[in-house]
Write a protein that binds this ligand. Sequence first.
Ligand SMILES: NC(=O)c1ccc[n+]([C@@H]2O[C@H](COP(=O)([O-])OP(=O)(O)OC[C@H]3O[C@@H](n4cnc5c(N)ncnc54)[C@H](O)[C@@H]3O)[C@@H](O)[C@H]2O)c1
Length: 432
Amino acid sequence: MRAPRRKPARRKRLCGRGPPSAASIGTPIAWPWDRRLPIALRHPAAWEQSAGLVARRTEWPAMAKLAQRAEAGGTQVMVSSTAAPAAAPLGVALVGTGLAAAMHTAALRLVPGAEIRGVVGTSAGKAEACAQRLSLPRAYRDLDECLADPQVRVVHICTPPHTHPDLAQRIAAAGRNILIDKPLARTVAEADRIIAACARSGVMLCGLFQHRNIPLCRSVKTAVDQGRLGRIYLADCFVKWWRTDEYYRDSSWRARRATEGGGALINQAIHSIDLLQWLAGPVVEVAGYTTTAAHAIETEDVGVAVLRLAGGAVGVLEGTTAAYPGFPERIEIHGTAGSVVVDEGRRRVEWYLRGQEPRIEQEGVQQGNAADPAAVSPEAHAAAFADFLDSVRTGRPPTVDGHAARKALEVVEAVYRSSAQGGRPVYLPLSP
Ligand SMILES: NC(=O)c1ccc[n+]([C@@H]2O[C@H](COP(=O)([O-])OP(=O)(O)OC[C@H]3O[C@@H](n4cnc5c(N)ncnc54)[C@H](O)[C@@H]3O)[C@@H](O)[C@H]2O)c1
């Protein structure tokens, strides 16, 4: 007589509404589901926020054991590269003393094995003031002094876009790995020079598009790649934000062609443009318009475009800093098997798959950037930095290397070129 077939063990989820894949962020590590971090088990937002807490405890061996036991028992283990096991610290220096430098500092402090060595400013005094304000160990007199520090292995460029090419070329020539906060540069031609300089010197280059590290966005990417939305035919992104007159007036570089290369598209909407092209792209054709509607600035505070994507889909993009009072940004993707709405601004994803109940995943309340430039929580930055440090350690390419970071810039530049030609279509890849 045949033995009755055993029912396969059901995989339990640690966190009911958490990311669906077990290895959704990179280097595996187990979440300890003991009582020390109970909130991490229940709440997806805390899942991200707790990464730093886990990381700062040196509990890797214990967590690894727990993970093995859990997986053997059929329990899904969540992972986070921000909580990778501690390796020898890697020295990181920051160039820039403004808002981005503060964000990078907060995030680097969540990354195990990242050692902030110091900061470079436009003057020794500015660097000193920044080092004090952010409690950094050292203020370098200038970039040369920073690059003479043998402990510095990675340099984060947190300065306005017009400075990126020169800084990157100097840092690459000194053999240091480079992370550049978005945009890679003002133009694709400049980005190409940066990529070539890094290749020549054999150093790693990473562009910062931290929204790709938001777990919900990664689960949408997985769903799209697995074909769960069917054939995609429509993909849109909407970034209707608000920035005050003072925001522009108080800055020496924002919304100026010479220093930023553009306005609302290259600065604010570029994160969502990057997500859109990553999720549903690449973009092959762009027809767009830009206008300056509500601010006394040189570049656009409104940009719109119709897109054609490689797979035959079409889409629209809207990016503005003139939409008072500022609305959460959104990406909408429609395919033959259903739709997904990525409400990035509220860290929420709505799934409408044919034959299934609609489902909403929420990572917790997030104030978002819609009206406040400084309202950026550090976890997604931290995951991007951990990914890059892991590439520097292991030699594998970073998830968002120079070529990947260039793509959103290429779409933005295509909108600018199209608008300058009265909305005529521009085809990608762009010719010089
Ligand atoms: N990823 C994100 O979410 C995010 C958020 C904010 C800013 N950014 C990006 O970060 C970059 C900087 O933006 P920010 O908001 O910090 O600007 P900011 O004006 O607040 O600060 C820029 C800093 O760079 C310094 N600086 C300028 N030229 C320099 C040089 N050659 N060497 C050293 N320091 C120099 C300035 O003195 C200033 O302290 C921009 O590319 C911006 O788009 C990204």
